[in-house]
Design a protein around this ligand. Structure first.
Ligand code: MEV
Length: 386
């Protein structure tokens, strides 16, 4: 009901949200609680600093553990859902034809389609985004290009409709935000207009959108965003997509840096370096591939120690590809010092997030150690029933 209430006012709600964001900021909401406070303030209709402070107190009093491990929400009727993800091992090498392992995180991006009143509108109130997609492709900017490509392909670009998006996956954190957004934007009109798209078609459209957004994606992010299951992936025609059986659930702490990671840029940098020195880089990609395949066996054997070692070595090779940053290295060090079995960056790097694999007894220590340094965390438990 809250979703519907937010969706009905369209553009006006978008402006309201921009105002509410500044109110929530003025109330001193920290980054990790910001979206929750914002949504509750918007629902209350009292866009005032005193109200935001009151809501912030309530949110702080509610069980923090629940928020950190919030289970993935099931799709509600008519709501298109795309899943966020982590790459366990193999990012960047996967762009160059090697294997990678990816797992969903308990964060999604959801979208709904409503009847609109002027062309195709795309609203993402939490991000302060309001776009008009009904324009020629060359006049579209940023998000409009990726979302517009989907609407063109679905033959809906000249309709009158409003797509409203509710993102839980943070932007530019290496957690698959752009792919989850693309999948949500494909699935919402599919449900609304009963287009009957298969998962394969949804995935293909999301891949098209990813290509528009960042040039040469491997396709792993949109595949994870579509299926929301742990999997081994290798690009190709068709790509290899194998569901990964995880007999003993893994305990992974995600630590988010304060810098955005621009995957398009790091992927382009690695490709350019490979072009200058193909033999050297192909060797690194092969070494990463070997780590990924050994990691699949370690997961089947429930061998956390070996899996952690493999992740640490993968991080060394990502460093060789120059996609790590001092901030990521700091969080990785903090996690290892606190007892993580292994830690590495996840996704495109150049900022964004890192992951730490923990044994049962170290998860809380690792999570607290990262948070004590002032960084946000998220607990992901691939293989657990959610
Ligand atoms: C991004 O999540 C993973 C990269 O390998 C890019 C890609 O596979 O498209 C860096």
């Amino acid at each position: 009901a809250a979703l519907r209430a937010l969706a009905t006012d369209g553009i006006q709600a978008g402006h309201m949200t921009l105002h509410a964001r500044s109110v929530v900021k003025a109330a001193g909401a920290p980054a990790e609680l910001f979206n929750e406070v914002l949504e509750r303030v918007l629902q209350s209709g009292e866009i005032k600093v005193w109200k935001a402070q009151q809501v912030l107190d309530e949110v702080r009093r509610s069980a923090p553990a629940d928020r950190k491990t919030a289970p993935r929400r099931l799709p509600e009727a008519g709501v298109g859902v795309g899943y966020g993800k982590i790459i366990l091992l193999g990012e960047h090498a996967v762009v160059h034809g090697r294997h990678a392992i990816g797992c969903p995180v308990p964060l999604t991006i959801r979208a709904v389609v409503e009847d609109g009143d002027r062309g195709v509108e795309l609203l993402i109130p939490r991000w302060g985004v309001e776009y008009q997609l009904a324009k020629p492709p060359e006049q579209r900017r940023s998000f409009e290009q990726a979302a517009g490509a989907i609407l063109d392909k679905l033959g809906l670009a000249d309709r009158t409709l409003r797509i409203e998006v509710f993102p839980d996956v943070p932007r530019s954190m290496g957690l698959g935000g752009s792919a989850a957004l693309a999948v949500a934007i494909v699935r919402a009109p599919d449900l609304h207009f009963r287009l009957g798209l298969t998962d394969v078609e949804v995935n293909e459209l999301a891949y098209l959108s990813e290509q528009t957004a960042h040039g040469q994606p491997s396709g792993i992010d949109n595949t994870l965003a579509t299926y929301g299951r742990p999997l081994v992936y290798r690009r190709g025609s068709p790509p290899l997509v194998e569901l990964l059986n995880i007999p003993t659930p893994l305990s992974i702490v995600v630590g988010m840096t304060q810098s955005e990671g621009l995957t398009a840029r790091t992927v382009a940098n690695v490709s350019e370096a490979r072009r200058r020195n193909p033999r050297l880089y192909e060797k690194i990609f092969d070494d990463i591939d070997s780590l990924v395949l050994q990691a699949v066996s370690a997961i089947q054997d429930s061998d956390v120690t070996t899996l952690g070692d493999l992740m640490n070595i993968n991080q060394g090779l990502l460093n060789a590809l120059q996609v790590s940053t001092p901030e990521l290295e700091r969080l990785i060090d903090v996690a290892r010092d606190a007892g993580a079995a292994g830690a590495k960056l996840t996704g495109g790097g150049g900022g964004g997030a890192m992951i730490a694999l923990c044994g049962d007894s170290t998860t809380a220590d690792v999570q607290q150690a990262i948070e004590r340094q002032g960084f946000r965390t998220l607990l992901v438990t691939p293989g657990a029933v959610q």
